[in-house]
Design a protein around this ligand. Sequence first.
Ligand code: TXA
Ligand code: MG
Length: 353
Amino acid sequence: KAEVVAMDAEHLDMEAIQKAGKILKEGGLVAFPTETVYGLGGNALDPKASMKIYAAKGRPSDNPLIVHIADIDDLAKITTEIPKGARILAEKYWPGPLTMILPKADIVPKETTGGLDSVAVRFPSDRIAQELIKAAGGFVAAPSANTSGRPSPTMAEHVEEDLGDAIEMIIDGGQVGIGLESTIVDFTEDVPVVLRPGYISLEMLKDTLGDVRMDRGLLITDSSVHPKAPGMKYRHYAPKADLSIVEGPQDEVIACINRLTREAASTGLKTGIIATDETKDQYADGLVLSIGSREEEETIAHHLYGVLRDFDEAQVNVIYSEAFYTPRMGQAIMNRLLKAAGHKIIKTQEEEK
Ligand code: TXA
Ligand code: MG
């Protein structure tokens, strides 16, 4: 059973961090907070540690891991080429919720990169994460610390639920800040490509780099075009219930969800509704959870995975969700929500041609 150690960024427990670093150096696994979601760490330069990570998560070993660093100069040690755009992004957004894909150096084992010649690198801003990475020798491979297929963990309790029996230690740093995984930008092609949207939006990247595009596999949901990041093709972040997203003008969405909930109840199904602070009082039946406020889109990102886990716990059978195409993080929020829903969308009105 994993030892759980609580601390906060203002009061680091350096003794516990040294102990965790030692576990990692010796090939063990430690879960830790980052500003995005909790990570499941192992020594990135040790192929056996990476194999342990895949096993603990139940993750296919062709789905590469992100290598976390805590010193910008370490980027050059695990890559063979750093294009100008990548240097600019590192300067601007590191430490922070940005992952970059670059050609890998030989010291990074193929086990860590899922067999690829490129490596994903991130320098997190969370102080606990930074100190742990340093204590572990500088290179920590860490996917999100959830069982493969479950919503990513935004609290240590989520990690305990999924991996408590499979790893040595969990550092509990409280709730994470952002709540959605980092933005991934691929620099192995001519033009940088966003493989996963996140807190740092496509528009922000365009402002800095000029030419950037979105991976076609993310925009086209048709099964003939696969996303380039292997992890983005799986039906991820999935709640146990059947989730659908209802789109349309707000009053129609509310009426539609109320009708669907009534129908579900009449057949004996238990329904969950993902609402917002602004709309939650307008739903008549079902278990209504507010995901946050449309006025503050960060609150929606922050609660998404927790709400999906809450519905699992409540054992609802069906979930209806409003859509959240908010100005800045909408792309990232809807990317995760659509995946959780297996792209099931109910439109309140057919588009007028
Ligand atoms: O915010 C985050 O990035 C969190 C925290 C813990 O840092 N980590 C995270 O890792 O989300 P994970 O393993 O859950 O997601 C990594 C994603 C997967 O979709 C994977 O396929 C993709 O990154 N990826 C990793 N290396 C890649 C590579 N060389 N080429 C393409 N995609 C890659
Ligand atoms: Mg993940």
